[in-house]
Design a protein around this ligand. Sequence first.
Ligand code: GDP
Ligand code: MG
Length: 369
Amino acid sequence: TEFVTVSELASMMDVQPTQVISACMSLGIFVSINQRLDAETIAIVADEFGFEVEFVSAEVQEAIPVQEDKDEDLLPRAPIVTVMGHVDHGKTSLLDRIRNADVIAGEAGGITQHIGAYSVTLENGKRITFLDTPGHEAFTAMRARGAQVTDIAIIIVAADDDVMPQTKEAIAHAQAAGVPMIFAINKVDKPTANPDKIREQLSQMNILVEEWGGKYQCQEISAKQGLYIDELLEKVLLEAELLDLKANPNKNAVGTVIESSLDKGRGYVTNMLVEAGTLKIGDIILAGRYAGRVRAMHNEHGKNLKEAGPAVPVSILGINGAPSAGDKFYIMDDEREARSIATKREQLYREQGLRTQKHITLDEIGRRL
Ligand code: GDP
Ligand code: MG
């Protein structure tokens, strides 16, 4: 990875670019004034001039106003749930089932659209939001970017199979993220189903389910036949209650990008989840390396929205590019400032190159004492 240019490094150290060029030459490296240098060269050259190089995160330099919440501003919010498990164990079937449990989907009358997440309102009036990107790709992609939007993970295991490698991976991801797990033992309609074998295999991983005296909630289900889905959702609500999830809806929205794409007719479409505050049409938005104004917003039923509060997934138009899954979004007061931060991030991104996963940049050179 290459960072600053010869002339930038020179000005940071308050020396002439020619001095940096000769320092490089004495190392056997021939550079021009606008050439970017790699970390090692920068460190050695800086050392020649008595400087020490520190690599810091690029994220910290921006001043994004984040409104603090007072206790009385916090209101209960819906939990955000991810379903994870081995391939063919029933993730998609379960997510489809749950989507059909939504009591307001029918009223809305629109066509169901994939926007990376959906909310269901249950008969008791309670709402749950599900991330519906298959597998744990979304979960891990977001975690890799430092975003954590999931409150609860449902780990689904087919009762006619075993705790499989991807089941173990899903468990490991949830544990690493400190996200509480609920186990759904699926396909209990099958004659070959053996739920106790699954409980046994989980216990061998130190995961003891409630009915065996442990702390993990567990529910036998049949996603295909729609059996015990309500019971599973009750357990999700119970877990959510214990977590006491709250957010302030009365401030500028903040949240996370779930996915984004370029639509031929409509431009960039960004699917995202509001985590706190309320997102409104016309808001100036900064999302990852892009910015814009919220021109239109709709939900998973294709219904146009004027605003969206905490734990509401939305699809919006108006951002000037495609931010990555896991990028945070913020609302800014000044469109020029939003664009300027986005541009700066884009430059840093290019400088760091697409190769690197680590978000490091040469930001400051401290004089050695
Ligand atoms: P995914 O790969 O985890 O998303 O699994 P799918 O939901 O695509 O399911 C894989 C296969 O298992 C499909 O053929 C489903 O019809 C079937 N399946 C899912 N849930 C059940 C269930 O509860 N009972 C039975 N018998 N089959 C199921
Ligand atoms: Mg699937």
